[in-house]
Design a protein around this ligand. Structure first.
Ligand SMILES: [Zn+2]
Length: 61
């Protein structure tokens, strides 16, 4: 069980909405995925390229 951040009512863990006040209850795991989805393909490419360069740099040492 968890509590609604809006009214403090006890809500089942799987509930997506508070039955008392209708407050939408988002899981914290969703927010962790969201930042990855928000990345553009260019940003993902730069991230991969950056980690590759870092790997090559470490091997070269
Ligand atoms: Zn509520």
């Amino acid at each position: 069980m968890k509590t609604c951040p809006n009214c403090g009512e006890t809500v089942p863990l799987r509930a997506k909405q508070c039955p008392n006040c209708g407050q939408l209850l988002g899981g914290s795991s969703r927010q962790n995925r969201h930042w990855l989805r928000a990345l553009t393909p260019t940003e993902i490419f730069l991230l991969v390229l950056g980690s590759l360069m870092l790997g090559v740099f470490l091997v070269a040492l």
